[in-house]
Write a protein of this length. Structure first.
Lengths: 111, 131
């Protein structure tokens, strides 16, 4: 598969999903490009573009919750930190993604 | 009209986002309406030959209904291979499980190839294709 073409296709599909959820691609284009590249490689290996920051545990029910964009499965958590776990998506009002810490659920009063 | 082009379908036969299979001079192809621009691709999926018009077209991306392999209809380029099947929650009888494991092993050796595209143009209410 061609890396650049697949990255463009994933961008197209993700854009349609994350917008209505109140998210957008991170304005850090270098980071977005890197993360998409990792996802293409994960898709090549597993058949599914998993989140590059989460381990694949070969437990289908759990693994389906880390298929990018995984926002619907972790909505409360990501709304609290205004970004998804890996930072590919941020809340639509975010202009400085570097200012958003990657906090685990327990640190934002969840789980 | 150039000599190599032949009428495939009327330009009002497919709504935007739709696909239709046709056979022209022995070539099985799918005409895709991408927001009013027409593209023609080989009908058979580059993964396991399933008919692509039974899948979906989103923008310029066609997804096969059989294993969800995706293709760019403007270039025919294969963008992704098959998505793993959902085994469900019920355990299968051992012989069936062993058979599916064997099929999975075979499937791992199946490559998803890019597919052929055909030149198109619209003229006098017809979508013309060069087979």
């Amino acid at each position: 598969m061609d890396m650049e073409s697949r990255k463009k296709a994933l961008r197209y599909f993700y854009d349609k999903v994350v917008g209505p959820l109140g998210f957008k691609f991170t304005p850090d284009t270098e980071l977005a490009d890197f993360l998409l590249e990792q996802e293409v490689m994960l898709e090549d290996k597993h058949g599914v573009p998993f989140c590059p920051c989460q381990p694949v545990r070969h437990d289908r029910a759990r693994d389906m919750q880390i298929v990018c964009p995984c926002i619907p499965f972790h909505r409360q958590h990501f709304d609290a930190i205004k970004r998804c776990w890996c930072g590919l998506f941020v809340h639509q009002d975010v202009t400085d993604p570097d200012s958003l810490p990657q906090l685990p659920p327990k640190d934002v009063g969840l789980g | 009209m150039g000599d190599k082009f032949v009428r495939a379908i009327g330009s009002d036969e497919i709504a935007p986002g739709g696909m239709k299979a046709v056979e022209i001079e022995g070539h099985e192809m799918v005409i895709c309406n991408c927001g009013g621009t027409y593209y023609a691709i080989e009908r058979r999926c580059g993964h396991m030959n399933a008919p692509l018009e039974m899948g979906t077209l989103d923008g310029k991306f066609a997804t096969c209904a059989m294993h969800c392999a995706q293709f760019d209809v403007t270039t025919g380029q294969a963008l992704s291979g098959p998505v793993p099947a959902d085994p469900g929650h019920e355990s299968l009888p051992p012989r069936m499980a062993a058979y599916l494991q064997y099929v999975d092993m075979l499937m791992q050796h199946v490559r998803t190839e890019s597919i052929r595209t055909y030149e198109t143009k619209v003229e006098a209410g017809w979508v013309l294709v060069a087979p």
